[in-house]
Design a protein around this ligand. Structure first.
Ligand code: G3I
Length: 357
């Protein structure tokens, strides 16, 4: 049964006493009609400085930006004891000059770690390096970054339960404690920033995705039970066009998240179109339709705090790095095409963030 507004009505009051503005049976709360959900995108600092038309498109379309790589360990902490803030500072200056909010991404992740971290040899050293990194980076931008992806992609591909954490230097030296250690360090470094746990592959139909949703909820509950500071869950929403959105499963996850009094952000929306037909018009429509299915399922249950795509324009997207199309045509996963023209995906996002569907 689709867990729409009627399904929520059966929940206890607590489930709706969330920071969210849960939609009413009418499909939207009063204030969600007045104030659109903020939209933003991941950006590349090099392109922002070298590509004037892209820069102008970001300024024209984004209320929020998140660095695609410039605040990750390889860029910002490339060697032991060495911090490089140049690129992150360029982004912060750009955002301040254009009145755009910045999301921080990311502090504790298995991915893309610089080589030197492999030599971290003990629990004490791991805690010192992780806490030191978070204190140094988060306090530098204290008051200027209102939301951080503190923990990114903690679960293995097919988790048994909340203990099924993806192997990383942090899990090998600190075990599951790395999550509370990171979250508490971020809260101490900037008490006003919103702390986000960001995950992917929880949107689809299938046993593996259901297992991920279940493990994610158990992980969130375990953090809550230990009074670990956490404010929101980031649904990355990298939507693979050859998968089906699990509306019921996704809505059950959202209700569980709301019950835990956690906000929801859509943090990395794009549609990976490598298996879709080549014809651009047809493909763009299918991309928009899949995003609409996802956003419709989410916005029927909660009002996301923000909707961000992982890139603004097909001119700069990670997708072909791993999901090149067999026909050799450029991927078209994002709201603007490579010439910065709006696509149906842009319109769908606008409809949902303005609650006009
Ligand atoms: O900057 C170096 C460059 O100096 C070097 O010559 C080149 C070749 O090795 O690598 C460049 O770094 C690359 C970096 O992107 C900047 O382009 C890394 O190799 C490459 O691994 C990195 O990929 C990024 C990936 O995260 C890993 O950090 C992608 O651009 C980025 O889109 C992707 O984003 C992730 C999110 O953080 C988490 N969710 C999934 C999402 C997509 O994978």
């Amino acid at each position: 049964m689709a867990l729409g507004a009627s399904g929520i009505a059966g929940l206890s009051g607590a489930a709706l006493a969330t920071p969210q503005t849960p939609t009413s049976a009418a499909g939207a709360s009063a204030n969600s009609i007045r104030v659109p959900i903020p939209y933003g995108a991941a950006v590349r600092v090099d392109a922002l400085t070298s590509d004037a038309s892209y820069r102008a498109a970001v300024i024209a379309n984004c209320q929020i930006v998140v660095p695609e790589g410039e605040m990750k360990w390889p860029d910002i902490h490339p060697a032991r004891g060495e911090y490089r803030f140049e690129k992150a500072d360029v982004l912060m200056d750009f955002a301040r000059q254009n009145n755009i909010e910045v999301r921080g991404h990311t502090l504790a992740w298995y991915g893309g770690m610089p080589a030197w971290t492999a030599a971290i040899g003990s629990r004490a050293e791991a805690e010192r390096e992780l806490v030191g990194h978070i204190e140094t980076v988060v306090s530098r931008y204290r008051g200027a970054i209102p939301s951080w992806d503190v923990v990114n992609e903690p679960l293995v591909d097919w988790p048994e339960d909340e203990s099924s954490l993806r192997p990383s230097i942090w899990t090998s030296r600190l075990g599951p404690d790395y999550l509370p250690i990171a979250l508490r360090a971020a809260a101490a470094a900037d008490p006003d920033t919103r702390l986000v746990l960001n995950e992917y592959d929880v949107e689809f139909r299938g046993a593996r995705f259901a297992a991920r949703r279940k493990a994610l909820v158990r992980l969130l509950r375990s953090l809550r039970d230990r009074d670990v500071p956490l404010h929101a869950v980031g649904l990355q929403a990298h939507l693979f066009a050859d998968r089906a959105i699990d509306r019921d499963g996704l809505q059950e996850l959202l209700v569980e998240i709301a019950t835990l009094k956690l906000d929801v952000l859509i943090t990395e929306l794009d549609v990976i179109d490598y298996g879709l037909p080549g014809k651009v018009g047809e493909r763009d429509a299918l991309v928009a339709d899949m995003a609409g299915q996802f956003l419709g399922a989410v916005c029927d249950v909660v009002r996301p705090r923000a909707i961000l795509t992982w890139g603004l324009s097909d001119r700069y997207t990670w997708v072909p790095t791993y999901f090149k199309r067999i026909d050799g045509m450029p991927n078209r996963p994002l709201p603007l095409d490579a010439e910065l023209k709006r696509k149906p995906l842009f319109d769908v996002i606008e409809q949902y963030r303005r609650n006009t569907v």
